[in-house]
Design a protein around this ligand. Structure first.
Ligand SMILES: *Cc1c(COP(=O)(O)O)cnc(C)c1O
Length: 430
């Protein structure tokens, strides 16, 4: 296996692209080496420019839940392309996608489509503030909600990978209304509510996915919902990653907790740039043109993106792969734990439906601080050995692995072999 063409493109890319990537999570800084350049993908596999084939557990960080280029999605996109690309006026497909989304999320009567998860959250936060007339927002350390100024503190994803505390260029004023709590620690939320009576909302990833996978423990989410209710604040569920991924109705369906505002992204665009935020009528009627909260977008509800979203969600509903995901994830957990035991490597595996990852630590991981006890050097060795054995993982200990419904029995067998070899490589390094 060689990476000559990827290396060459990386060098070329450095000239006019920042770090040769358009999103820092694609850089390989935390695992060493240079990023791979991808040529194409189909089904459960992704192929780089040197012709190396990998089982894809990145799936573009979540969206490609059906695997790549599902024929029904491809057909819907091709059909839509023939009618035009964007009109600056409404199309029927926006109504269709809205119907699918609102029927999956009972907490949403109305939805507004935007172009990314970041935009969905920016708008969701603005809406919480508009509705409550309050300014403060509570977020949890290790949760990532896109790159808006106000939430770029104690954030996960690339910031965790690169060990960045926040971001330069964010004025103090932009984060002075942001309060930080600890995931799975309800007391840390109560304290803020005791001190402040102007909290507009609490934003949470109902299952953490940007500090590695972190599961809400016990009745944490229900207590959070109660706390917001008692204090006249809104619960904002950032389901950009979890929406449609671990259950059609997202984490809210599984945990039976209804958020006031829900933010979506990733899967709902089927690989195209779509985000969405929604809520019950009373809240959504604040949004322009019905209300006084302004939010707009030239390409929002883009017809081709809507076609990709509709066909992806319809196919997903039909396949209903969630039980299979559970089984496959359980197998992969077993492969990881079994090989770790065999070679004497300490790991903790967290998983939720089709999102999972191992942490190289013996600690339980229930929040960001515990996630950081992981040994990232071991992850880097594991990562490269997986690459050499034909498995494409996110190049960071703090990103979730994703499963697609295109995984075959043979892929799962190959994953078992790759995991065994990679764990062995980790054990030899220590
Ligand atoms: C990916 C993600 C975002 C940001 O979405 P983009 O489309 O990358 O802007 C926001 N919140 C969560 C939970 C995410 O996983």
């Amino acid at each position: 296996m060689n990476f000559n063409k990827s290396q060459e493109l990386y060098k070329q890319g450095l000239e006019h692209l920042v770090g040769a990537v358009n999103s820092p999570v694609r850089a390989f800084s935390s695992v060493g080496g240079n990023p791979l350049f991808i040529k194409k993908a189909k089904g459960s596999k992704i192929i780089d420019v040197d012709g190396n084939r990998y089982i894809d557990l990145v799936l573009s960080y979540g969206p490609m839940i059906l695997g790549h280029r599902h024929r029904k999605v491809e057909r819907a996109i091709s059909k839509s392309l023939k009618y035009g690309y964007t009109f600056g006026a409404s199309t029927e497909n926006e109504i269709k996608l809205a119907e699918i989304v609102c029927s999956a999320f009972p907490a949403m009567d109305k939805v507004r489509f935007v172009n990314s998860g970041t935009e969905a959250v920016i708008s969701g936060i603005r809406l919480a503030r508009a509705f409550t007339g309050r300014d403060k927002i509570i977020k949890f350390s290790g949760c990532y909600h896109g790159h808006q100024d106000a939430l770029l503190v104690a954030a996960g994803s690339g910031l965790a990978t690169l060990s960045l505390p926040g971001s330069k260029g964010v004025p103090d004023a932009a984060v002075e209304n942001t309060l930080i709590s600890t995931y799975n620690n309800i007391e840390s939320v109560k304290e803020h509510f005791k001190k402040h009576n102007d909290i507009a909302g609490v934003i949470i990833e109902p299952v953490g996915g940007n500090m590695g996978v972190v599961i809400p423990q016990g009745s944490f989410l229900e207590e959070l919902k109660q706390l917001t209710l008692q204090n006249g604040a809104l619960l904002i569920a950032d389901e950009v990653m979890t929406g449609f991924r671990s259950k059609f109705g997202g984490a809210q369906e599984l945990f039976n907790v209804e958020a006031d505002i829900t933010c979506l992204g990733k899967v709902i665009g089927g690989g195209f740039p779509v985000g969405a935020y929604g809520a019950r009528n009373e809240i959504m009627e604040m949004v322009a043109p019905l209300g006084e909260m302004y939010q707009a977008g030239t390409l929002s509800g883009n017809p081709i993106a809507m076609a990709a979203g509709i066909s992806t969600l319809n196919e997903l509903k039909k396949q209903n792969p969630y039980e299979t995901f559970e089984k496959v994830a359980g197998k992969i957990q077993y492969f990881l734990e079994n090989s770790a035991k065999k070679y004497g490597v300490e790991i903790t595996v967290n998983r939720f439906g089709s999102m999972m990852n191992p942490f190289f630590t013996c600690e339980k991981v229930t929040n960001f601080q515990e996630a950081q006890t992981t040994n990232t050097d071991k992850f880097a060795i594991f990562f490269w050995e997986m690459i050499r054995n034909g498995v494409f993982l996110p190049p960071s200990q703090f990103e979730a692995w994703f499963l697609s419904s295109a995984l075959t029995k043979r892929d799962i067998k190959n994953l078992e072999i790759a995991i065994d070899r990679s764990m062995k490589a980790v054990s030899k390094s220590i």
